[in-house]
Design a protein around this ligand. Structure first.
Ligand SMILES: [Zn+2]
Length: 471
């Protein structure tokens, strides 16, 4: 398991002290940074990630000259926690930001703050309320242009700002919200994807009205979702076109991500749930695109190891030649870009519980661990689930369910399927190993490092040192 460094007290003191001297590092090569986050964008609905519909010609072009992380996972299937993680290199729970109604603590050090202190102009251009200034996620941005809007006006503001700052190092953060429900792209995109002319799904009640949820409606809503992706992609194309025309492409590092995915029709039969996110940890809510396109030379390469968005900030900083903040949880992916051997790292995700009438499975915490070929989910309100992503990428066969109901070597009472051939003893071993890793990571990220207080339990440190997490 890759070593993670739990915050030492001195590092925490540095964090709590806000801006300090650790980034007085010689900067090279002074690339600009453009970070594009397209909200609610499932990786598997982009052409470059294998989708059959042509949703993403512009993103595909970017991917053809960049590093494509085929298996990137969000730390939380919710907007503010996930963006907080991306922009701080910390897990959401470490900063106490586990839903959209909390604030990024003043003690947290953001990517924008680091770059601003390194001499960059910093501009944020966001499109939805979970990232507005009441959340304090704008820390470090010189300009933070936040409005509820479709992609076009957001991109236009970003282009105008980058044009003004094109002769100096700058960091532009562009957040597009279009694939988030309600799905209702501009008409030409709806027409291109044969999506309904009315907004989809028709209204919020729809997602719990099973009688109304016909296969035809699922299909129409999915087409409407794809149309939104296509529209956002066209605006990404406009943004990248500006870089080309202005000459900025030669000295701008471009990162494209999403904060989380979206459940479409996958959980309809089982939970009566569709067209939403935040409540589950299946990979259609966690698997996101991650594309890093370095300026200049074509650096196209696929990466198939699981990686987490908590590693985004340290990765971007290393590529820009700037040290990451002391105490950052995330680890740079730059060695992978260079082709250096890197030990596999488990990807931990977490969502907090929700109280919803008729939805007992939303209660309590939900934890997720992707490691190697496996995905383990552990919920307070549901039995754990384990999937073999190599043989079952759509997570159709919960190996723990079959393991619990069938003695080794027996599939009695079940129709034969792929999971019947699984070695039960092996499943048990994998399950125990992943449960142990999941519990350890959960314990580690549950130690808050900000919000005015620093809590580090010496007993936790002792245990984690034994696991190789602590330097
Ligand atoms: Zn979101």
């Amino acid at each position: 398991m890759r070593r993670r460094t739990v915050l030492t007290l001195s590092a925490l003191a540095s964090l709590a002290g806000g801006v300090s001297a650790w980034w007085s590092w010689p900067r090279a090569p002074r690339w600009n940074l453009l970070l594009i986050s397209i909200d609610t964008l499932r990786a598997d609905h982009l052409s470059v990630y294998g989708y059959e519909r042509p949703t993403s010609p512009a993103i595909d072009r970017l991917a053809r000259r960049g590093h494509v992380f085929r298996r990137a996972y969000s730390t939380c299937p919710m907007t503010l926690p996930s963006h907080t993680s991306m922009l701080t290199g910390m897990h959401p729970a470490q900063l106490g930001v586990t839903d959209n109604f909390q604030k990024v603590p003043q003690e947290a050090v953001t990517l924008a703050e680091v770059l601003k202190n390194a001499g960059y102009a910093t501009g944020g251009f966001v499109s939805a309320n979970p990232l507005f200034t009441h959340t304090q996620i704008q820390k470090g941005f010189d300009v933070y242009d936040a409005h509820t809007r479709i992609a076009g006006p957001t991109v236009q503001q970003a282009i105008s700002w980058m044009d003004v700052h094109k002769n100096a190092p700058h960091f532009a953060f562009v957040h597009l919200f279009d694939p988030h429900s309600v799905y209702h792209a501009p008409s030409q995109f709806r027409q291109a994807f044969r999506a309904p002319q009315r907004p989809m799904p028709p209204d919020d009640a729809f997602i719990v009205d099973l009688d109304a949820m016909t296969p035809q409606l699922v299909s129409e809503a999915t087409a409407a979702y794809d149309a939104e992706i296509s529209y956002a992609d066209s605006e990404v194309g406009r943004l990248l076109g500006f870089l080309e025309r202005s000459g900025l492409a030669e000295r701008t590092l471009v990162a494209l991500v999403s904060d989380h995915g979206e459940t479409l029709g996958e959980l309809l039969d089982r939970f009566g749930y569709a067209f939403d996110h935040s409540e589950f940890a299946y990979l259609h809510q966690l698997h996101v695109p991650l594309i890093l396109a370095l300026p200049g030379a074509d650096s196209s390469r696929d990466h198939w190891e699981p990686v987490s968005l908590v590693d985004l900030m340290p990765t971007l900083l290393e590529l820009l030649g700037i040290p990451k903040p002391a105490g950052s949880y995330g680890l740079s992916l730059a060695p992978r870009l260079r082709g250096d051997p890197v030990q596999a790292s488990p990807c931990f995700s977490q969502r907090q519980g929700f109280q919803k009438a008729g939805r007992p499975f939303f209660a309590g915490e939900g934890l997720s661990l992707v490691h190697d070929r496996w995905h383990l989910m552990s919920f307070d309100a549901m039995p754990s689930e384990l999937y073999d992503l190599t043989s079952d990428p759509l997570e159709q066969h919960n190996l723990l369910e079959r393991s619990a109901s069938s003695p080794p070597g027996s599939a009695a009472g079940h129709a034969p399927d792929a999971s019947d051939s699984v070695d039960r003893a092996a499943v048990q071993r994998v399950s125990e190993d992943l449960e142990y890793r999941l519990g350890s990571l959960h314990e580690m990220v549950s130690q808050p490092v900000a919000s005015g207080g620093v809590v580090v339990d010496p007993e936790v440190i002792r245990k984690l040192r034994g696991l190789g997490y602590v330097n």
